[in-house]
Design a protein around this ligand. Structure first.
Ligand code: 3PG
Ligand code: MG
Length: 389
């Protein structure tokens, strides 16, 4: 998707103006605690710039997928606290979903507590967008992770206020654009994650442009099945086997040669490394094995452009983290490559495994958004920013 976006500078002097900014603050929570604050951190620079320029700022964002009404499980309250810590200033948390801010820096409660946010009905979304637009003079979209959503706070509100793309959105689009426009070769893509069905479109779109596509994670088992191997109790999308067979015909796909198997996804489960064509019928493949890490390292050697999306195994559980760590290390160690990590899970994996985020060229805050960008889809949140208002 070719996009020409204007940044916040195009809005002129924002001093004394009320700016509504959409951020992607959709962070993982466990027992009410934020387990990875990467997206909050990524949102800080644009917020700070607006505040420094004298704007009063209303931040809106979503968390999880509540069903269009308030659900305490998905409250942004913990995020407001973390955001305040990172900004070094008080953030007013507007807990009442229908409330309005009273200070110069506020975070609204989860926009998805309103049915209008995600509604398929233009009028219903429009009504909520009207309410959001009434709080501000200007709109900035900095929520790259949500630009593939045609939602009120992403799409409709931009039609109601003078608008601009935030710095994070500009950076993300610039980097992803480099992956689609004459990338330096060899160009190697590494894909993981659980479902082939989620990735088919992006694989189809990328295959003609890449030199190699390395496949790990839960989705590799459907490819292994397409090669005629028995995958035991591993994840298998039986209805995608034919599609995988067709993709394998490209000759560019590299599959695991060994996998870590266990009875269950448990930290204390006894594990074993087996050849990828010898998975026992009663066991599940939960990570790529050490020979595969070595194979992928060789395949990455000399690459000039790398895009990685999706963990290689169930990295959250210690015995199944080594594949993801090994591949992350291999990518991070490439001396002359533009390395891009896309996706909430792979980005979180990099941080959780302590690989060092600064060793990658770019860590995208977008999961679905970065994939849809690379699929060549029109992203509503970007398209609307191009239009005038
Ligand atoms: C994400 O987590 O990918 C973004 O925050 C978008 O969330 P969504 O998939 O629930 O729309
Ligand atoms: Mg998502």
């Amino acid at each position: 998707m070719a996009v020409s976006l204007l940044g916040v500078d195009s809005l002129g002097d924002v001093a004394g103006k009320r700016v509504l900014i959409r951020s992607d603050l959709n962070v993982p929570l466990k027992d009410g605690q934020i387990t990875d604050d990467g997206r909050i951190r990524a949102s800080v620079p644009q917020l700070r710039a607006l505040l420094d320029a004298g704007a009063s700022v209303v931040v809106c964002a979503h968390l999880g997928r509540p069903k269009g009404s308030p659900d305490p499980k998905y409250s942004l309250a913990p995020v407001a606290i973390r955001l305040g810590e990172l900004l070094g200033r008080d953030v007013e948390f507007v807990a009442d979903p229908d409330g309005t801010p009273t200070t110069g820096l506020a975070l609204l409660e989860n926009v998805r507590f309103h049915a209008g946010e995600t509604s398929k009905d233009d009028a219903e979304r429009g009504a909520y967008a009207d309410a959001l637009a009434a709080m501000a003079d200007l709109y900035v979209d900095d929520a790259f992770g949500a630009v593939h959503r045609k939602h009120a706070s992403v799409y409709d509100v931009a039609q109601r206020l003078p608008h601009a793309a935030g710095g994070l959105v500009l950076t993300e689009v610039e980097v992803l654009h480099r992956l689609t426009e004459s990338p330096q070769r060899p160009y190697v893509v590494v894909l993981g994650g659980s479902k082939v069905s989620d990735k088919l479109a992006v694989i189809d779109n990328l295959l003609p442009h890449v030199d190699r596509l390395l496949v790990g994670g839960g989705m590799c088992f459907t490819f292994l099945a397409a090669q005629g191997h028995d995958v035991g109790g591993s994840l298998l999308e039986a209805d995608q086997v034919d599609a995988c067979r067709r993709l394998l015909d490209s000759g560019k796909i590299v599959l695991p040669v060994d996998v870590v198997v266990a009875d269950d996804v448990a930290a204390d489960a006894p594990t074993e490394v087996v050849a990828a064509d010898a998975i026992p019928a009663d066991r599940k493949g939960l990570d790529i094995g050490p020979q595969t890490v070595e194979l992928f390292r060789q395949q990455l050697d000399g690459a000039r452009t790398v895009f990685w999306n999706g963990p290689m195994g169930v990295f959250e559980v210690t015995p199944f983290a080594e594949g993801t760590r090994g591949v992350a290390e291999a990518i991070a160690g490439l001396p002359d490559a533009l390395t891009v990590v896309g996706g909430g899970d792979s980005a979180a994996a990099v941080r959780a495994l302590g690989v060092g985020a600064e060793r990658f060229g770019h860590i995208s805050t977008g999961g679905g958004a970065s994939l849809e960008y690379l699929e060549g889809k029109v992203l509503p949140g970007l398209q609307v920013l191009e239009g005038d208002r």
